[in-house]
Write a protein that binds this ligand. Sequence first.
Ligand SMILES: [Zn+2]
Length: 501
Amino acid sequence: MNSATQIGRLTEPEAPDAELDLAGSAPDPLTIGRRVRHVRQEAGRTLGDVADAIGISPSALSLIETGKREPRLSVLAALAKVLDASVQDFLSSAPPSRRAALEIRLEKAQRQESYEALGLPKVKVGPRLPDEALEALVGMHEAMASAQADSAATPEHARRANGELRERMRAADNYFGDIEAEAATLLKAINHPGGPISRAAVDRLAGHLGYKLIHTSDLPGSTRSVSDLRNKRIYLPQPEAGQHDSRSLAMQAVGHHVLGHRPPADYSEFLSQRVEINYFAAALLMPEKDTVALLRTAKQDKDIAIEDLRDAYAVSYETAAHRFTNLATRHLGIPVHFMRISQEGVIYKAYENDGIVFPSDATGAIEGQRVCRQWTARRVFDQPDLTQAYQAYTDTRSGTYWCTAVVDRTSAGSFSVNVGVPYQHVKWMRGRDTQERSVSRCPDPACCTAPPQPLAGRWDGQAWPSARVHSHLLAAMPPGVFPGVDDTEIYAFLDKHAPTD
Ligand SMILES: [Zn+2]
């Protein structure tokens, strides 16, 4: 839209001057007003004098000059004539002077909703405002805006935060000794005898920390649990049949308090806290000492299997697989990789310290990328029996890996959970005798991304799919200290459930 049609549409439906071609960047009323005032002052004319000359009231001209009213083109033409200027002089999008440019920036900053939300007074932008003060205010507004933009979790920020976190986990071999120690201390305090943690043990654990666990069916939809810090209660969803382990949710909620978490300052801290509470819950469900003993014996027998961990501790395959990655490198000297991908091959979660090269975008982010069709994590979906773990060797550009994968069916679709080790470490793993083998030549497009001939020959240029957007991966992160959580909803929930005394 050019300036002429814009102004015509807003203030003058009949638009007699619309034939004026004013293409280019459309100036806003504020800039136009500043330019009018600048030209008038340069000409040494008063507001009243000029208003009289073009037949409008001084207050109307003042509204135009302060950008509060969009001038008609006919008014601009009249002004141009009286001030011996051209309409183009007013419609240029460049501010007439540095001072005017600063005034425009301050006006705009003070009109931002984010500034209004602060409830602070607006500084009157006029000739009495000293240059220095103007300069300082504009500088502060713009610094504040860029700080806000930095902490807002755009997909770009989320990707970067994920990348940094993965880097930290890899540097630590995905093992966090301080969290292991917290978990061990707690288990000792409730005299846990070892083995799986029962619901009753989880209650005792929370009780030891002064918290009461309450299951409720009306937990706010944007949350997995809510803690009432005043009354020391933790609200959890009702455990439903087939649902994920409610013990995990309880221990994750407890984890925030044990690990001394503060409200996250930004998205990256939010993510770190998520990783820490997941780790903490896993360290309670599968205590380090016992789990490592079990794994060491299995290693001696050259018979390590994720299934055995899963069954010994009554956890999901994914929890067992994840826990294996925590302990395998530190205690068994085995580098590993872990992946959770959708049936379409899209990475949701991944970790490696064994050199496998995940597909990544230009920023180095891997979430949302698609892994090679030849990888075990994808081939598992083609297996006739999806209830069984599937094992295979894959030659990749970074070496040969052996992987074991299972399919996890959820209400959000099917996912595969995959754990793998480099070829030289497969001797410790059960399932290494598999005959399944594949070759991945990705990122060579001829591997699996480019359609094969003659299929491509028949359909190239003749297909137009309408894509389903992966909104969960690509949309901006929801706002808020706890992303996407509505404070009003949480406070109302706590009010409703708080003990009356
Ligand atoms: Zn491929």
